[in-house]
Unconditional design. Sequence first.
Length: 852
Amino acid sequence: MSGTYYDGNFYVGTSSLEEVVSIEECCIFRGSFIKLNAKTGKILWQTFMLPDNFGNRDKYAGAAIWGSSPPIDVTRNLVYVATGNLYSAPQNVIDCQERQNNQTQVAPTHSDECGEPENHSDSFLALDLDTGDIKWFHQLGGYDVWFFACFNISVPDCPPGGPNPDADFGEAPMMLTIFVNGTTKDIVVAVQKSGFAWALDHDDGNIIWSTALNGDVGSWTWWSHRRRNMGAATDEKKVYTNIANSDGKNFTLKPSTRNTTGGGWVAMDATNGQVLWSTADPTNGTVSGPVTVANGVVFGGSTYKEGPVYAMDGKSGEILWSYNTGATVFGGMSVNDGCIYVGHGYRDWLSHGGNLLNRRFAEKETKISPETVSKLRLKWKFEAGRDITATPSVFEGRVYFPSWDGYLYAVKQSDGSLIWKQNLQQLTGINSTRVIFNVNVTASRTTPTIADDLLIIGISGPAFVVAVKLSNGELVWSTQLDDHPAAVITMSGTYYNGNFYVGTSSQEEEVSIEQCCTFRGSLVKLNAKTGKILWQTFMLPDNFGNRGEYAGAAIWGSSPPIDFARNLVYIATGNLYSAPQNITDCQERQNNQTQVAPTHSDECVEPDNHSDSFLALDLDTGNIKWFHQLGGYDVWFFACNNLSVPDCPPGPNPDADFGEAPMMLTIYVNGTTKDIVAAVQKSGFVWALDRDDGNIIWSTEAGPGGLTGGGTWGAATDEKKVYTNIANSDGKNFTLKPSTKNTTGGGWVAMDATNGQVLWSTADPTNATVSGPVTVANGVVFGGSTYKEGPVYAMDSKSGEILWSYNTGATLFGGMSVSDGCIYVGHGYRVSFGIFNPNNTAGNTLFAFCIS
C-alpha cells in the first residue's frame, strides 16, 4: 500500500507474501493498519484485521491491506480501508464450511454463517483517525480461505473450498459524493478481484450499489475473472477500473455482447453502478495496473511485452492515443500540467542480486513453477568471444552481460540478436593490469547494474568502475577506486537513489612471501551520473603502503543490499593477507584459536580488523554502524597455503572469507517479525544476523569449506528458505543433510530461514564442484555445475528434487537471471582460478531457456 499523509501523520497498511508458503508452513500473518507520526516514525496506533493468533498456525491469518492510498474523511474523522482474503481459519470455521460447502455459491451479499464478526477479511472498514477503533465494517467475500499451495483445492490437507475465490481487495476505497433523487450521498467505492464493484455508505457501511463487471452472478462464473486491481478512479460522475482477466476467460464488454479473452477497462455510472462502456486491450494482454482520469480522459496501461499506454475518452471508452513504452506497464500514471508520467518493466533483473535486497529471487515470476519447469526449452543462444561468468542483467527487453573477451554486450531478450557491443579497452582507454590469470585484455566479470539510462560495471584490473549508455554502450564516465596495482572490481554494485555502491577486491593473494601485502578492501559510494566518489570506507587500518601491517579484507561478490528504512548498506568481507607483528605473536601464543566454534571470541582480532566480517554502513556518510567478525584469526595467501613454508605467518589459516554480500530478508520468530541479513561463508557456514545490531540470530554448517568454498558468489532466498551452493572445492566428504548420504562433489542446500535448519541437500549428479550462485523463482531453484559439459539444473524448492537439466557444453561458473518465463546464463570458465582445475572447460555462449 502507498500510504496517505494527513495532519502530520502517515496512514498505511501491511501485507505479506505468506500466501506462497507450503501447506505445512501456512500461516500466521495478520494484516494491520497503522498510524505513524510523520516526523519521527513513531507508531501511534496499529489495528489488526483479525483476532490474535499468537504465532500459531490453524488460526485466523491473512486479511492483508494491499494497494493504493487510504482516503481521509476529515468531516467524519475516519480513514477507509479494504482488505484481502484469509490464508487460514480456525477449525470451527473450517468445520462450518464443510457443513454448508456450497455457501459461496450464492450471491456475495448473502449472509455467511461461517463469517465471524472479528474476521475482517475481504472487507471495507472505517477506522477512527485518533484511536484506530473500527467504526463500521462490511464483509464482502464470504468464506474465502486461499493460498498458492491450495490453488487446487483437491490437494490433500487443504481447507475446504466452496470454492475459495481469492476475492480480496487490491485497492483502498475511493471517497466521492453522488446525487440520488435530488439529494447528495457520500459513498466509498472499490473494485474487488472478483470483478465486482462496491459502493458503500460513508456513515454505516451499508451497500448503496454493487455491479458485476463481467459474468453471470447466479452461476458465480465471475469469480474466475481474477484480477489484481491496484486502484480504480473516479470523477464523481463515473467510476473507472481496469479488468486484468488474468485467467484469459471470456470477458463480455458490457453493455455490448462482444467478448475478449484479454483485459480491458470499464466505466460505471457512479450513482448506480450501471456499466456505461467497456474497452478491450487491443493487444489482448492482461490489464493489471491502476487507471487515472483527467479532464475527460482515462489513462491505462497493458502488460503486453511492448508496454502500450492508452488514453481513452471518458464518455465512450474510445482509444484516442497510445504509445508503446517498450516493456510491460504494471503501474499507474500520474498527471500534472499537461503531462503524464508512467514507469514500465515488471520482471526485470537489475543487478547481480536482482534488486535492492540482493535475494536473487524472481518474486514476480509466474510462468516458471515446479509444474512447468520441465517445459523449459532453448529459445536462443548468443556467441561471444570467450567465457561468460557474470549473471546477465535484464531490462526493457534487453539482456546485458560482459565476456572475458573484453567486450560488453547488449542483445534482444526476444531472440538474442545483437543490439550493440563495446570493446572495453578501446572504449575507456584503460589498459589491463593483467592480474587475472589467462586474461590479457581489459575485461569485466561483474553483472551490469541498471542505473536509470546507464549501465555500470567494474573492471577486473585496474580497479575502475565504468558507466555507459544503455542505448548504445557509449562511455559516460570511468572512475578509478583504488590505484593499488593488484586491485580489481569483482563485486557487482547496487544502484540506489542516484548513487552507486560497490566494493574493491584484489589479486594480491597471488604474490610471493617477500612481496606480500598492502591492499585494503573498501566500500565506495559514487554519484551515478558523474562517477564522483562521495565516500570510501576501508575495512582495515591504514598501512601507509608498508608491508607487515594489516592487508586484505577484500569485498568480493554479489550486490550490496540497501536498507532504506535504516539508511544502511550491508557488506561482507574477505580474509587477511597479512597482519601486524603483535597479531601474529598473539596467534603463536594461542595457536589453536580457530579450532573452536566460529562464534568464539578471538583475542587476536582487534576491533578495527574488519576481515571475514558482516558490516552495516550509513548510506550518507559511510560510517560503520555495526560489524561482526566471523572468521577469527585468518591470515592467508597462496604462497602460504602450505603453512610449513618458511617465513609464513602462523596458522591455521582457513581462508574463510565471504565471497558474497548478505541478503536482506524478514523472518517470523515466535509470532513476531525479525529483520535479518544472511550470507554464506567459504567455510560452509551460513550466518543470519540482526539488521539492527549485528547480533547472531542463527548459524548453520551447510557443508564443507574449501579453498574456493564452501558457499560463494551468491546465495538466494524467498524469505521462507535460504538456498546456497556448496562448492566443496577440496573434495571432502559432504553429508547431504538431513540424510546421512555423502558425496565428494558439490551440491545445493536449503535451510529454514527462521532458524537455519537444513531442510534438504542435493548433490551434483556429475560429482563436480558447484561454484556458481543460485537463483530462486516461484518454487524452483536454479544452479549450475563446473562439470565439463556445463549442466544447468532446476530443483524443487520444497524437496531439492531435480526437475529439469540441460548440458550447455562448457563449465558453468556464473548464475542465472530469471525474467518472464525465461532463464539466462552464460558458460565457460578457463580464466582466473578456473585454469587450476583441469576439468573446467572454456565456452563463449549465453543461453536463453524459456517455457515452451
